[in-house]
Write a protein that binds this ligand. Structure first.
Ligand code: PSU
Ligand code: MN
Length: 308
């Protein structure tokens, strides 16, 4: 049920740094053809920074770790039928031999099965606004509690309730580390008015934090909140207006369950006439860069002979 590409398998076996990349962002998070461009550029950035990329998706009912370019294209095309797969959907996608894009939660599961500890994405799912009544809380959060993968994100989008998401992660015992910042980044913007619980500013500090956690051992994930670079950060008022409009439409059309996040992402891109997509791409690139560097230092310190 799990196939690891030769390159990724060799890298894992010889303790080389490997960085996983998710596929929901490709199939359900960005429009074609920018989604392919983003996916391929992320892989390049990870390589340029001394690590091996492993994009993960389900192809014909098999979890593939380390997709080829044509496999990435197959799940990225606008006419492709690709299921959005989180933890609960994995058995269905496998048993029905589907093509599936993996969410953060499912990518963490596949990474752990393959032996990968680092993962770069854009934003994670969280507690939705009014989550206290709708109970709409992404499975990404529970996954961070149990699965030992370091997830580098640009924080939490304000389509979600950022404060409640942070509280929920605290309850689950998930460390949230602001990378070089003391405020929780909000994906398109660098600030959210919520303090980040932990702030570290070098790759070395994050790598030794992870080593302390996992060596104890204290299993579970760590969320790195890495803000969008200043030069690409989006105008707060403009993005807030787009998010409000998308949320109102979501309500009006009674969009439910797993469709909510893809719908909001699509509408925000449309409402901003693609301008928010540029910010989205740049923040993902920055996360790929940071994840590769943390992974590189983590492996250098833990396996000095193998990597030097
Ligand atoms: N947030 C984004 N971009 C994304 C997602 C979230 O800014 O692409 C995707 C991720 O794959 C995440 C998933 O794991 O949406 C969360 O979906 P849900 O809220 O249904 O759990
Ligand atoms: Mn949900």
């Amino acid at each position: 049920m799990l196939m690891i590409s030769d390159e990724v398998r060799k890298a894992i076996e010889s303790n080389q740094p490997v960085v996983a990349l998710e596929s929901t962002i490709i199939s359900h998070g960005m429009p074609y053809p920018k989604n392919i461009e983003t996916a391929l550029r992320c892989e390049e950035i990870i390589r340029e920074n001394g690590a091996i990329p492993a994009t993960i998706a389900i192809i014909d009912g098999i979890i593939k770790v380390g997709l080829s370019k044509s496999e990435i294209e197959a799940i990225a095309k606008p006419d492709a039928t690709v299921m959005k797969v989180s933890r609960r959907d994995l058995p269905l996608a496998l048993s029905k031999k589907k093509n599936g894009a993996l969410t953060v939660a499912a990518t963490m599961i596949a990474s752990q099965l393959a032996g990968i500890r680092f993962f770069a994405t854009g934003g994670i799912g969280g507690v939705h606004r009014h989550g206290e009544t709708t109970m709409d809380i992404s499975a990404d959060l529970e996954e961070l509690k149990t699965t030992s993968v370091c997830v580098v994100s640009a924080g939490v989008k304000s389509i979600l309730d950022i404060g409640k998401t942070l509280e929920y992660l605290e309850t689950l015992g998930v460390p949230v580390i602001g990378f070089g910042v003391t405020e929780m980044p909000a994906f398109y913007t660098r600030d959210s008015d919520f303090d980040v619980p932990i702030s570290l500013s070098s790759f070395e500090e994050v790598a030794s934090f992870l080593k302390a956690k996992w060596d104890l051992p204290l299993p579970g994930g760590v969320l790195i909140a890495n803000p969008i670079p200043k030069e690409f950060s989006y105008d707060k008022q403009a993005i807030d207006a787009a998010i409000e409009q998308a949320l109102i439409e979501c309500d009006a059309y009674s969009i439910k369950g797993k469709e909510i996040t893809p719908y909001l992402l699509k509408r925000i891109t449309e409402i901003t006439e693609g301008a928010s997509l540029v910010a989205n791409m740049e923040l993902v690139f920055n996360n790929a860069y940071v994840a590769a560097n943390i992974a590189k230092i983590y492996f250098k310190e833990n396996f000095p002979y193998e990597t030097e």
